[in-house]
Write a protein that binds this ligand. Structure first.
Ligand SMILES: NC(=O)c1ccc[n+]([C@@H]2O[C@H](COP(=O)([O-])OP(=O)(O)OC[C@H]3O[C@@H](n4cnc5c(N)ncnc54)[C@H](O)[C@@H]3O)[C@@H](O)[C@H]2O)c1
Length: 316
């Protein structure tokens, strides 16, 4: 099956790993990377296009030119950055997503995959929520993700555009740094442990959030995209990998780096973390498209430390 895939926001934490994987699977020339940062696009190599998702004309032009079948829409302003600049978050995440859906509809695209987030939940959401639950987020990022989910469902039912998505927890990875989310501490802590032997968390030690290691996130993005539509009960699925507190993360890192020390100095991001559930129920994903994570906390930490110490050329 020959498919042409366009990835928006391709130079970010997820895109920079997803693009090479999609190229391996579908052929290099069939996966078009796009972003606003041209230097980073060059690093991902051709084919690429500079696309600001606020520019619908450019989106439509590229979709037509490459005869795009599938869009992975990853361009976004993440939760913590979004609270620093809610106006930009609104523009990029809401208007940008609307532009992608419209351009996809007009251009005859078959599928659009949009990562959603645990940020759709809010303080009123019960812990361990399923797909159908209370969605009353307290951040502009969360609001924009609720919009993406509802608009995605709308385009599916109204226009037959096959929109699918995943409610991702915090994503942990070593290849590309995270882009300004509330769960960034779970990545920063590894850099700090290896480089300085010390880390100051911006959350309390009992802060417990769902997380996922990048290989699982990439697997979920491809598995959901390829899933048989007749099996899907929802357009947006919860996916979960592991769930741990900052204290538990510290203890696991200490198994590999015994001299590692930490402090906990919560800042404004604590409020965002407190508004999210500590775990989420991904039974539907397991039943409908055979989702199963491969990584747990200890294996992930070992792999992160091995790969990051090689990358940073630092022995621990
Ligand atoms: N990383 C996580 O922990 C996480 C968790 C849940 C959901 N998600 C979602 O996954 C998707 C990808 O996240 P990520 O972590 O790779 O984000 P990121 O911040 O690392 O990357 C986002 C990319 O979007 C680009 N971008 C910003 N504004 C743009 C615009 N106007 N037009 C085009 N591109 C623009 C940026 O240059 C960047 O390369 C997002 O939708 C995000 O909300 C991520």
């Amino acid at each position: 099956m020959l498919v042409r895939i366009l990835v928006t926001g391709a130079c970010g934490q997820i895109g920079s790993e997803l693009v090479p994987l999609l190229r391996e699977r579908y052929g290099k020339d069939n996966v078009i990377a796009s972003d606003i940062v041209v230097e980073k696009l060059k690093m991902l190599s051709e084919p690429y296009e500079v696309i600001n998702v606020l520019d619908r004309e450019k989106l439509e032009k590229v979709i037509k030119e490459y005869d795009i079948d599938i869009i992975y829409h990853l361009a976004a302003i993440l939760s913590a950055k979004g609270e620093e600049n809610p106006q930009l978050c609104y523009q990029v995440n809401i208007n940008g997503t609307y532009n992608v859906l419209e351009a996809a509809r007009v251009g005859g695209v078959e599928k659009v995959i949009i990562p959603s987030s645990i940020a759709v939940f809010g303080p009123e959401t019960p812990d361990n929520p399923g797909e159908i639950t209370i969605l009353k987020p307290r951040t502009m990022y969360g609001i924009s993700k609720v919009f993406a989910e509802l608009a995605g469902e709308y385009y599916y039912h109204k226009y037959g555009l096959d929109v699918r998505g995943l409610r991702f927890p915090g994503i942990i990875s070593w290849k590309t740094p995270p882009g300004g989310g509330t769960t960034d501490y779970a990545v920063e802590v590894f850099y700090a442990a290896i480089e300085k032997g010390h880390y100051t968390y911006f959350v309390r030690e009992d802060t417990t959030l769902p997380m996922m290691y990048m290989p699982d996130a990439l697997k979920a993005l491809i598995q959901l995209m390829e899933a048989d539509n007749s099996r899907l009960r929802y357009r947006f699925y919860n996916v979960s990998g592991m769930s741990f507190s900052a204290r538990e993360l510290t203890e696991v890192i200490k198994k590999f780096i015994p001299y590692f020390t930490v402090e906990y100095k919560p800042d404004e991001r604590q409020k965002i973390a407190d508004s999210w559930p500590s775990r989420l129920d991904d039974t539907a994903a397991r039943e409908d498209w055979d989702w199963k994570p491969d990584w747990d906390l200890e294996r992930m930490a070992k792999d992160m430390i091995e790969n990051l110490s090689k990358k940073l050329r630092k022995r621990v």
